[in-house]
Design a protein. Structure first.
Length: 124
């Protein structure tokens, strides 16, 4: 029961049944709002996570991604000589640098799965 309802009841201006009804109604409303806000927040968080996941997947296997991998695992000889980024030779060197060349669990080269595998290895 809120302060105004208590005041009216103490003055004898509200019957007990009305006081009870007002208390139930007010308490029910105040509890529904946070639940609804929580549900909306959860939905919004899920949408953001999906968008971030999609953005991460689409950024794999791009020239920018190849450059990022190259910065972490240098494939060249330090004198400007090395395989073209993203080429089969480059991917072979990257597998070698990661210590996974020839492993059966490495996905086929030139696939998004291969890039995701390399990204996961780099994140470890």
């Amino acid at each position: 029961m809120n302060k105004s309802t208590s005041l009216l009841a103490s003055m004898g201006l509200l019957p007990a049944s009305l006081i009870l009804l007002a208390g139930v109604t007010l308490s029910g409303c105040s509890q529904d709002v946070p639940k609804q806000q929580t549900a909306q927040s959860a939905t919004q968080s899920a949408k953001q996570a999906t968008a971030q996941s999609s953005a991460a997947e689409t950024s794999l296997c791009t020239q920018a991604w190849f450059k990022q991998v190259e910065q972490q695992l240098i494939s060249g000889d330090g004198q400007g000589h090395g395989p073209d980024l993203g080429s089969d030779e480059w991917q072979s060197v990257i597998e070698f640098k990661l210590g996974v060349r020839g492993d059966t669990d490495v996905p086929n080269r030139h696939t998004t799965a291969w890039c995701a595998y390399v990204q996961q290895k780099l994140s470890q």
